[in-house]
Design a protein around this ligand. Structure first.
Ligand code: FA5
Ligand code: MG
Length: 387
């Protein structure tokens, strides 16, 4: 039947991460302190960043090459740390305030009240410092509840970099420790951008992160737009102090591998990283940095609107989770196209959902089927009133 075609592959009931066996029941639970859907569990064993002929693996190796060339034997590399971490690791250890939005169930996947799917690779900074590492790169899959479009996916990949300096490093310069670390950070990352992209236009933007001060974001000019590719800064002294390095300063960065890979390989849609379609996978091979992706013909999108009266608990992230749970990677975008409040104070939202497969044409029947299921579940799970 047509249903068979679009249904997501059923997640196997166990997977292995960094040598640890994880059962589906350990991650997806019918419990109010858990908000991890099946679709997320099914992505957890994929390890795209560890495949040497996948664009993310090729990019990871290209970044390794830059650090190995410029700092021989200095950086320790980790790419299989378990993505299931404690709230303490993900937030407390990097000084994220107790009331920060990123801690909410709307933004983060919770396994239980004390355990999350890491939302950034910064979750490993403290433990690695404590274990004695002073120069390290951590690559991994990270998880965030988010909206749906061509540059957002609930699972993406980051690489964290940390470099610790001791007094003899900055004493040889005329700079204070913080200025010394900030200058070295910018120099290293500008060098990395040149290594990956050649001559590119880039700019530094002042930013804020709870774990660094000062903090910056690096933007690269790509396709007539400035695109944010990484966050970074001088590590808060508190983190060093709590993890056995009170005499030191350090820099840290966290870069988005998909964003960089989209620029490097000309990949137009973030869903493509997850496809098994040979017309995608066959275009990339080990060590081939920056080969431009030749898109296969785009199939037509199909737009469906859904309107409903919202309640106080409605969020767009919750809606997107429902839509993804049904349509998986067949959903390209969910956009709010109309929003009004009537005289009685009821608020109505209308969302336009774009369905499109990157691999084939969808039939009217299966799209109608998807939309029908979306309408049913939106009503049931989000407690809204369809119009
Ligand atoms: C962080 O996650 C910080 N932990 C980065 C950091 C590390 C700062 C160390 C300072 C020191 P942010 O949320 O901005 O920051 O994400 C970092 C990068 O991940 C972004 O610049 C972007 O390239 C990428 N990114 C963020 N959200 C998404 C998303 N939904 N899809 C794809 N890439 C994303
Ligand atoms: Mg950012």
């Amino acid at each position: 039947s047509s249903k068979k075609k679009w249904r997501q592959p059923v997640a196997s009931s166990a997977l292995e991460l960094g040598g640890i066996k994880i059962a589906k029941d350990d991650v997806v639970k019918d419990d109010p302190t858990n908000n991890v859907p099946d679709t997320i569990f099914s992505k957890m064993g994929m390890q795209l960043h560890r495949r040497n002929n996948h664009p993310l693996g090729i990019l990871k190796n290209g970044i390794y090459e830059y650090f190995d060339t410029n700092y021989p034997n200095l950086f320790d590399k980790f790419d299989d740390l378990c993505p299931i971490v404690s709230v303490k690791q993900n937030f407390d250890d990097v000084l994220v305030p107790a009331d920060h939005v990123s801690r909410s169930y709307n933004d983060t996947y919770y396994v239980d009240a004390k355990t999350v799917l890491r939302c950034h690779t910064s979750a490993h900074q403290a433990e690695l410092l404590r274990r004695g590492h002073t120069h390290f790169l951590v690559t991994g899959d990270v998880y965030r509840r988010d909206s749906i479009d061509s540059t957002h996916y609930p699972v993406f990949h980051q690489m964290e970099g940390v470099c610790v300096f001791t007094p003899d490093n900055w004493q040889a310069s005329s700079l204070d420790p913080t200025a010394y670390a900030a200058e070295d950070l910018k120099k290293s990352l500008e060098g990395l951008a040149r290594h990956l992209f050649g001559a590119v236009e880039m700019r530094w933007i002042d930013a804020y992160f709870p774990f660094t001060n000062p903090s910056y974001e690096l933007e690269i000019y790509f396709k007539e737009k400035w695109m944010e590719v990484l966050g970074c800064g001088v590590m808060e002294q508190e983190i060093l102090k709590c993890n056995g390095r009170s005499d030191s300063v350090a820099w840290a960065f966290g870069l988005g591998l998909e964003r960089l890979a989209m620029v490097l390989f000309d990949i137009p849609d973030i869903r493509l990283f997850w496809t098994n379609d040979e017309r995608f996978t066959s275009q990339f091979s080990e060590g081939q940095m920056g080969v431009k992706f030749k898109p296969f013909s785009k199939y037509p999108p199909c737009y469906k609107d859904i309107s409903f009266w919202i309640n106080e608990s409605f969020t767009e992230n919750n809606l997107c989770e429902v839509v993804r749970g049904i349509a998986g990677d067949l959903v390209e975008e969910v956009v709010l196209i109309d929003n009004f409040t009537n005289k009685k104070g009821l608020t109505s939202h209308c969302y336009r959902i774009a369905y499109r497969s990157m691999e084939r044409s969808l039939t009217d029947e299966e799209i109608n089927n998807l939309q029908w299921n979306v309408r049913e579940q939106v009503q049931e799970k989000l407690n809204v009133v369809l119009r």
